[in-house]
Design a protein around this ligand. Structure first.
Ligand code: PEP
Ligand code: MG
Length: 570
């Protein structure tokens, strides 16, 4: 038995065999994408990043598991930095090879030498070389793992999972998700929560430690994974599974009640929607509309862009799922950790700070207008008995982006002869610049929706995909609460309402704080709605305000969380 810790990413417990996702075969016979200088730069960059990742992994594994296991990764890092290996790859590039082909040939050449060695130790290192080669190749071509779908419910374990990989595994075989990288706000974690399966991320070194057929006990609340649990650990996790089932039945009774505090202050509790599975789940958990329809999921798992009709059909379906409620559909939010497989783009040095969200849409107005057209057609097709369309733009940093986006919307509405009167328009507050200019944004639209996932990443300069820095970014931090309080004040003074659609909305302690700060709507993974509803119905609005005031006066996120976790119940 081995107990490993990571970060809790989706609540719940599971006991099931592990199913490991392996790295994909990368095509290495591709022509060079640029001149040798450019290929050399790509090679150096990939090897440096591989070494950096491996040093980080070594440190974590040493701390979490032991020195001996940590050394495995230090040895891997040494391969990535080996001057002879790197030198051989560069020679091959100078002879006309692509960076991918050069890495493959250089590593495979060394592998043969090692494998032929009489020393057992050296020949065992051959497999390590393959691991480092695959890591470098993965960095060169972008993230990729092959999805080998298991037959029975299993704990899916991977170094890293992209949203489309997660989405391509059928829900019925996912007992839980465990990754070596990522943070609770990475998209794989969000998907786990929306699937309603437990998840633990940032479990350093687990892939190396698993054998075929290992049993795993996953605790998505504590952020713990036990490999081959003994009798006691099994009993403990089985009890947790049964307890979660009992709580689910209790919450089910609140399903048709509205979201409000104990003293009747109304808070809309809406669902974040990423695809059909979310719509089905939302229908069973009492969601009051959607505060975020992530349209990008329509684009991710395919080879070409969806056409207007396909997009309109999805919007129609989303609207029809929530009669009498508002459905906030967000324009395409890709780039950074959500690359589009069918769009060839030069790699950006800092994708999270690059052409993503509304920036990408404004850079490609034709595609943007197609999408807006699809929204309006989807609403037209859904008719009066469906929910009410609201349109939201992601990742704005300056108010002129809103002006420009609205201009496109007005023009498209004109072309479509569509009325925009009943269509609310909103902006996501995801960058510090937008948060600080909330009043200006609110003056130009109907609502602001705070995307805490990205707002935290930019506020704390902590990559949401990097487990090593993810703990810095906590929405309970007093600075975050103060900033959200300012956004709400500025928006309300302009007559705009404020929602929160980042993961903070699905955390009971933070939901109390957000209500205390005056937020009007919380949108979250549908699976979290019952728990949040029960929490808010057990406290008054004043309880929330008092707890939030006390939290904001704390020195850090941990103490603020303690205060919020136990709001005074009047
Ligand atoms: C956010 O950033 O909080 C958000 C809701 O958007 P996404 O997670 O899709 O980036
Ligand atoms: Mg975001």
């Amino acid at each position: 038995m081995k107990r490993l810790s990571g970060r809790a990413a989706a609540r719940g417990a599971a006991l099931a065999p592990a199913a490991l996702l392996h790295s994909a075969e990368v095509t290495t016979d591709a022509d060079p994408s640029g001149p040798p200088d450019e290929e050399r730069r790509r090679l150096e960059d990939a090897l440096a990043r591989a070494a950096q990742q491996l040093h980080g992994l070594a440190e974590q594994v040493t701390a979490d598991v032991g020195t001996e296991e940590g050394e495995i990764f230090e040895a891997h890092a040494a391969f990535a930095q080996d001057p002879e290996l790197g030198g051989r790859a560069k020679e091959l590039i100078d002879e006309g090879a692509s960076a991918e082909a050069a890495v493959t040939a250089a590593f495979d050449g060394f592998r043969e030498l090692l494998a032929a060695s009489d020393s057992e130790y050296l020949s065992a290192r051959a497999a390590d070389l393959d691991d480092v080669r695959d890591r470098a190749l993965t960095l060169l071509v972008g993230r990729s793992v092959e999805v080998d779908v298991p037959d029975e419910p299993s704990v899916i374990v991977a170094h890293e999972l992209t949203p489309s990989q997660t989405a391509s595994i059928p829900r019925r075989v996912i007992a839980a998700l465990v990754t070596e990288t990522g943070s609770p706000t990475s998209h794989a974690a969000i998907l786990a929560r929306s699937l309603g399966v437990p998840a633990v991320v940032g479990v350093a070194g687990i892939v190396e430690l698993l054998d075929d057929g290992s049993q795993l006990a996953v605790d998505g609340d504590a952020g713990e994974v036990v490999i081959d649990p003994d009798e006691d650990a099994r009993t403990e996790i089985e009890e947790r599974v049964a307890e979660a089932e009992r709580r689910r039945a209790e919450l089910e009774e609140l399903r048709d009640e509205p979201g409000c505090t104990a003293d009747g202050h109304r808070i809309e509790l809406a669902a974040n929607i990423g695809g059909d599975a979310d719509l089905e789940l939302a229908a069973t958990t009492g969601a009051e509309g959607s505060g975020l329809v992530r349209t990008e999921f329509l684009y991710l798992d395919r080879d070409d862009a969806p056409n207007v009709d396909e997009q309109a059909a999805f919007v129609e379906k989303a609207l029809t799922a929530f009669p009498g409620h508002r459905v906030v559909v967000r324009t395409l939010d890709v780039g950074a950790d959500k690359p589009l497989p069918f769009v060839e783009r030069d790699p950006e040095p800092n994708p999270a700070l690059g052409l993503r969200g509304i920036r990408l849409s404004l850079a490609d107005p034709d595609a943007f207008r197609e999408q807006l057209r699809a929204f309006l057609r989807g609403q037209e097709a859904a008719g009066d008995r469906a929910g009410q369309l609201a349109i939201m733009f992601p990742l704005l940093s300056v108010p002129s982006e809103l002006t420009e986006a609205r201009c496109h919307l007005d023009e498209v509405a004109n072309e479509e002869h569509a009325e925009l009167d009943g269509v609310e328009v909103g902006v996501m507050i995801e960058t510090p610049a937008a948060a600080l200019a909330a009043g200006q944004f609110a003056a130009g639209c109907d609502f602001l929706s705070i995307g805490t996932n990205d707002l935290l990443q930019y506020l704390f300069a902590a990559d949401r995909l990097n487990a090593e820095v993810a703990t810095l970014a906590d929405a309970a931090a007093p600075v975050v609460l103060r900033l959200i309080g300012e956004v709400v004040r500025a928006a309300h003074s302009e007559g705009a309402w404020v929602g929160v659609c980042g993961e903070a909305a699905s955390d009971p302690a933070l939901a109390v704080a957000l209500v205390g700060l005056g937020v009007d709507e919380l949108s979250m993974t549908a699976a979290a709605i019952p728990e949040i509803k029960a929490t808010l119905r057990s406290v008054t609005r004043d309880d929330c305000r008092t707890a939030t005031e006390r939290a904001m006066a704390q020195p850090d996120a941990a103490t603020a969380r303690d205060v919020l976790g136990a709001p005074p119940v009047s």
